[in-house]
Design a protein around this ligand. Structure first.
Ligand SMILES: [Zn+2]
Length: 118
């Protein structure tokens, strides 16, 4: 697997991820369309937070299952735990040297059509 290093904008939050990113994803759900991030995915055990735990803020909404993390200093979305399959999603824009041209595919996830909790 490939090793990726990621960081938020201010550098407080840093992490390493081991995964083979075969595709990127852009989602149109209520939070993703606001973030506008191109996401990659990994198994949670292959995500290693190096620094900045104290800077990370957790945001949850709707079913309150997914965990959306962002840096409380610079506001950048770094990663999240998905509701559907327990995988971790991460902001490819945070990854050092990440080139989206290397992706075989960018999937459009129709998150806005997923069930919402009343
Ligand atoms: Zn930051």
């Amino acid at each position: 697997m490939k090793q990726y290093k990621g960081s938020c904008h201010c550098g407080s939050v840093t992490y390493e991820i081991s995964t083979d990113v075969e595709f990127g994803a852009v989602c149109d759900c209520s939070i993703c369309k606001r973030k506008g991030a191109l996401m990659g995915f990994a198994e949670p055990e292959n995500f290693n937070l190096l620094t900045g735990e104290e800077s990370l803020s957790l945001y949850q909404f709707n079913s309150n299952v997914a965990k959306h993390y962002f840096c409380s200093k610079c506001g950048i979305y770094t990663h999240h735990y998905k509701r559907s399959d327990g995988k971790i999603g991460f902001n490819t824009g945070c990854i050092e040297g990440f080139d989206k041209e290397d992706l075989s595919e960018i999937k459009q996830v129709p998150g806005s059509t997923f069930s919402v909790v009343d």
